[in-house]
Design a protein around this ligand. Structure first.
Ligand SMILES: [Zn+2]
Length: 57
């Protein structure tokens, strides 16, 4: 899915397979999800479950 090793934006922890992650991103202006993978790589910020829970507290 990702070419580069996905890491958490906040703690730089490597995201492993099957882990729960949250992606913070702007919704694409143009409609259509065909470019969503490329878009995620450019715009998406991955947040691991741990950091997400810390942030929301
Ligand atoms: Zn994290």
């Amino acid at each position: 899915m990702f070419k580069v090793t996905p890491v958490c934006t906040y703690c730089d922890k490597e995201i492993k397979g099957n882990e729960v992650v949250f992606v913070k991103m702007r919704y694409p202006e143009r409609k259509g999800m065909t470019e969503i993978k490329a878009y995620l790589q450019n715009e998406g910020k991955l947040i691991c479950e741990e950091c997400f829970n810390k942030k929301s507290k």
